[in-house]
Design a protein around this ligand. Structure first.
Ligand SMILES: *Cc1c(COP(=O)(O)O)cnc(C)c1O
Length: 469
């Protein structure tokens, strides 16, 4: 059967790719010009002729893999995208093959059951009440949490803010936005929060910046000042957003103190844990999110610190009803009262057709087990701390702040252009892949320790390379 033969061809090529990438024998990054890749991959020829099978498939797969950015390479230190666990990648394959677009139960019972289970598993990590399984005894009782998996953290943040707005101003679905809505967020919040404010039709002027220290971490004792400003402007806050952790520096806002403030003002508290909620998996690290259980909503990307292939993001809410009331559209062919044995996630999402995202994470969880996944998070946090301790004492380098997660910003004690030029040179030679961030008026080199194979040896080689200029 040609499917089996082709699958074996692809699997063999991937296995070799995985081996070579981990061994670091190929460049971690190799960005050739797009127009030449279109030619090298013979895209036009293949599109015209068809027949991507057998030897042609082998050659194409090889050509493709040679031109990828290798996340499995130990010198991959650039972005927060997971180095996918191979079991998760197989989960993506099964999902892609079955194509069970599971937003309505009848389109993917197994996928929906996994999503329900994954959401409950995550709710328990937050210390929120998991939802009873539909059809099981006790189902229908209120007072439990809920959630949905979305195609990415940006969409997840938007979804949570939609739920927050629907609680404060449910009439928007009929009448449009009242003019007095605002969102409170620190400057260091991910751009998707500002983008969500735009998409919600509030405008960037509706964003009120929370007071922070020089690291960009929220200072809870200064929150009353923002509240006064908001009241002075005659505005109502849809939500207060905090980082757990921030994207650029990887630092956690003090959630417990912020929760206290939100509770006192009846304010929806949204925690953007797209990156850093993974710390909840570890008994050693979960203190970083102390207070998260008092939030109203939490975003948690499993394609970041949980080794799932892109994308798999969770929106979690403490009270399931707030998400169930977030959207108010009806489509008679999809949404109708029906006797059914399952659960439709479609009421909770922007998406209509939705991939069975749960499987790509669940396959990782089931391969590593809870303890294995926790050990992974602890390992990359520890590697980051060790890198910091090593770099902080080198006279030619400085760090932006002691790390709290697996993100570390540092720089040569030199002007910004020098950092940027060195990064460009290193990426061009393909020896390391790192990112940059600006903070406190300076440009920093940014390392994100995602790969469990990355350790101090890579960091020492990187510093040597940076010194060489
Ligand atoms: C990555 C990130 C996002 C965006 O998530 P995507 O999955 O990339 O859309 C939002 N917030 C924070 C804090 C992030 O780190």
């Amino acid at each position: 059967m040609s499917f089996q033969r082709d699958a074996r061809i692809v699997a063999r090529e991937l296995a070799r790719y995985y081996r070579e990438s981990r061994a670091g024998v190929k460049p971690v990054i190799d960005q050739r010009p797009l127009h030449s890749l279109v030619g090298e991959l013979r895209l036009a020829e293949l599109a015209a002729q068809g027949g991507l099978t057998g030897r042609r498939l082998r050659r194409f797969t090889r050509d493709y893999l040679e031109r990828t950015t290798r996340l499995h390479h130990p010198a991959y230190l650039a972005h927060q995208v997971a180095v996918p666990h191979p079991s998760g990648s197989l989960g993506s394959l099964v999902d892609g093959f079955t194509n069970n677009a599971m937003a309505i139960y009848e389109m993917g019972p197994a996928a929906a059951a996994i999503e329900f289970f994954v959401i409950n598993w995550l709710l328990e990590k937050v210390d929120w009440q998991p939802a009873p399984y539909p059809g099981a005894a006790g189902a229908g009782a209120g007072g439990h949490g809920g959630g949905v998996l979305t195609h990415g953290g940006s969409l997840a943040n938007l979804t949570a803010l939609i739920a927050a707005r629907s609680r404060l101003a449910p009439e928007v679905w009929e009448k449009g936005n009242p003019a007095d809505l605002a969102i409170l967020a620190p400057e260091a919040s991910h751009y998707s929060v500002a983008r969500a404010a735009g998409i919600l039709g509030l405008g960037h002027r509706a964003l009120y910046k929370l007071p922070t220290d020089e690291r960009g971490v929220v200072q809870p004792d200064r929150l009353p000042g923002v509240w006064d400003r908001l009241a002075g402007d005659g505005r109502r806050a849809v939500a207060l957003v905090a980082n757990a952790c921030s994207t650029a520096l990887g630092l956690y806002d003090p959630l417990e103190e912020i929760a206290e403030f939100c509770a006192a003002h009846g304010l929806w508290f949204h925690v953007d844990g797209a990156h850093g909620a993974g710390a909840l998996l570890s008994g050693e690290l979960r203190h970083l999110l102390r207070g998260v259980r008092r939030a109203d909503s939490l975003v948690w990307d499993l394609h970041k610190l949980a080794r799932a292939p892109t994308v798999c993001a969770a929106v979690l809410v403490r009270e399931a009803g707030t998400l169930d009331r977030a959207f108010q559209q009806e489509a008679s062919y999809l949404f109708h009262e029906k006797e059914q044995p399952g659960f439709d996630f479609i009421h909770r999402t922007v998406e209509c057709t939705k991939a069975g995202l749960g499987l790509r994470f669940f396959a990782v969880l089931a391969a590593l087990g809870e303890r294995g996944l926790a050990a992974y998070v602890e390992g990359v946090f520890r590697a980051t701390r060790e890198a910091y301790e090593h770099i902080a004492v080198q006279p030619e380098f400085e760090c932006a702040a002691p790390p709290q997660s697996n993100i570390l910003c540092f720089r040569l004690k030199a002007e910004d252009e020098r950092q940027m030029a060195l990064r460009a040179r290193i990426l061009a030679e393909g020896s390391f892949y790192l990112s940059t961030a600006s903070h406190g008026g300076k440009r920093w080199l940014r390392l994100v320790f995602m790969n469990p194979d990355t350790g101090l040896a890579e960091v020492k080689r990187l510093l040597a390379r940076l010194r060489a200029g």
